[in-house]
Design a protein around this ligand. Sequence first.
Ligand SMILES: [Zn+2]
Ligand SMILES: [Zn+2]
Length: 182
Amino acid sequence: MSNEIISNLKCVKCNKEFNKRELNLINGKRYCSQCAIEFANEFVKTESDLLNERAKETSEVRSKKWKTLIICLFVICMGINAVLLPRMIKSLKGNKVIRKGAIKTDVKTDKCIKNLWQISRMIQEDSLSEMALVCPVSKKPYIVQQKDENTIVFCPNPNRHGKRGYRAIRVSRFSPIPEVLE
Ligand SMILES: [Zn+2]
Ligand SMILES: [Zn+2]
């Protein structure tokens, strides 16, 4: 009985006759066991391919998003650099009072320090001989001292700067940032 072949049980795929125990109904169609397994394998394969494709797409979208984000950050950084860099260079050139030390200075001292920034550039460019700057407090010329390889330029009257005066306001070849010494 169990191995009995019923003639009306034919596989829709391979057309083989098979016994009742091997009947597999897929979408209302009769398949033999072998074809049913193949069908199932195909189905699983297709499903997993679809899943893989979807995963691939997702990761592609993700990496695209990352790329966009990185490009945006890069552009922002470049923008910041474009804005900040000239300012930094400007401030280094002495359009803004930057100097060594933490002393709070007054307007005239700041002006004197600005002059020293210009002088610092002249020292570096070896054009100090053309320098005709004077200290804004006394209108006296700056004092140039040559010490071995070093060129030092002093404010002629540091004692007249600020409320109590300073020991020295100077800049040199080896120390190109103006210094205010208390
Ligand atoms: Zn079959
Ligand atoms: Zn001065």
